[in-house]
Design a protein around this ligand. Structure first.
Ligand SMILES: NC(=O)c1ccc[n+]([C@@H]2O[C@H](COP(=O)([O-])OP(=O)(O)OC[C@H]3O[C@@H](n4cnc5c(N)ncnc54)[C@H](OP(=O)(O)O)[C@@H]3O)[C@@H](O)[C@H]2O)c1
Length: 321
């Protein structure tokens, strides 16, 4: 298949590009003119997303478009809307104007849905109730696609993605160098995770399966994790004895608030921000894996420690740690 990926120079996009190419697909990197070019020997197409002709040219001959470009953190709500909703509007208009069939796969987020209760995963058919401006912008982009897409589409909502190139989990790896894990508040919270290569495998199943058309799927590795387990696993692969520190919620609010304020002063969004804290403080983020299991036969073997080890080795090799 000829698969184009928007945002192909970012963490997820560059991993998808490599993985699709390694699986004998013709992967095409779509990046904007201002972007750092991905180090790739795949085809590169520079696209101006505000220019319909430029987008149509970039999509010519493409079978599947993975619309992955977007922002997970911004200083202003408007910037979030432009990156996630406005950009999707432009991509959708171009997809609808193409004279040939294309399958649009939209990389949304678990954040577009809602947090869950402990042991009570959320299903895809539940009405979205996002709690952050990031989640809202993704939910609105999803709605736009559901209501207006005239081609085959699939909406994929990944949970937290980790793997080589990711800067968010890097912060936790840095803490684990000292054998420390951090839990905010006394409650153990349950979350889902997915490694970026597992996400790439998931997308290939979606791309190959017409039963995935006009459907929404959560993408997880089908396991349930706690903050303590994640930190303990990272410490283990680093050969560190793990100690979990419980940070009171009031202290966390101050730390994340200061980080947010500093980010505004520097003019660059920070990983520790108040929206992130709202997500962390939710009871749980569990997605029901059943639909993906049944429709896509998605049932990956548990490989968390192995993939955490691989991620750690990558950070060390690239001198990120
Ligand atoms: N990371 C996660 O845990 C996670 C979880 C669930 C869903 N997602 C989704 O996965 C996608 C990729 O995330 P990521 O973690 O790989 O982020 P990333 O590393 O920041 O990459 C984002 C990519 O999107 C492009 N982009 C951002 N704003 C754009 C705009 N206004 N117009 C055109 N391109 C724009 C960036 O291009 P430039 O380099 O030119 O800015 C970059 O290529 C996002 O849609 C995100 O919502 C991520």
């Amino acid at each position: 298949m000829k698969i184009a990926i928007t945002g192909a120079n970012g963490f997820v996009g560059s991993a998808l590009l490599k993985h699709f190419a390694a699986n004998d697909h013709q992967a095409i990197a779509l990046i904007r003119p201002s972007a750092q070019k991905p180090i790739t020997n795949q085809e590169l197409r520079i696209v101006d997303y505000d220019d319909r002709q430029s987008l149509l040219k970039a999509l010519s001959g493409v079978d599947v478009l993975v619309h992955n470009a977007g922002k997970t953190k911004t200083l202003q709500h408007q910037e979030m809307l432009t990156a996630n909703l406005g950009l999707t509007r432009n991509v959708l208009d171009a997809v609808n104007s193409l004279p040939t069939p294309i399958h649009l796969i939209y990389i949304s987020s678990q954040a577009a849905s809602r947090p869950s209760n402990i042991n009570e995963p959320v299903s895809e058919d539940e009405v979205p109730q996002p709690i952050t401006s990031y989640g809202k912008s993704k939910a609105w982009a999803e709605r736009l696609i559901r209501e207006e897409c005239q081609q085959a589409y699939t909406i994929v909502r990944p949970c937290s993605i980790y793997g080589p190139g990711d800067r968010d989990f890097l912060q936790l790896f840095k803490l684990c160098r000292f054998g420390l894990g951090m839990q905010i508040g006394a409650k153990e919270r349950q979350v889902n995770m997915i490694h970026v290569q597992q996400l790439a495998d998931f997308l290939l199943l979606v791309a190959a399966n017409p039963k995935a058309y006009q459907q929404v799927f959560f993408a997880t590795d089908n396991q349930v994790y706690t903050q303590a387990y994640i930190a303990a696993s990272i410490c283990k692969v680093m050969g560190k004895h793990h100690r979990q520190i419980i940070v009171p919620e009031t202290v966390a609010r101050q730390v994340f608030g200061i980080s947010d304020m500093m980010a505004r002063l520097r003019g660059k969004a920070a990983t520790l921000n108040l929206e992130k804290l709202a997500e962390i403080l939710a009871e749980a983020w569990l997605a029901n894996p059943e639909k993906a299991r049944q429709v896509l036969a998605w049932d990956p073997a548990p490989r968390f420690e192995e993939l955490i080890m691989e991620t750690y080795q990558w950070y060390v090799q690239e001198s990120w740690l």
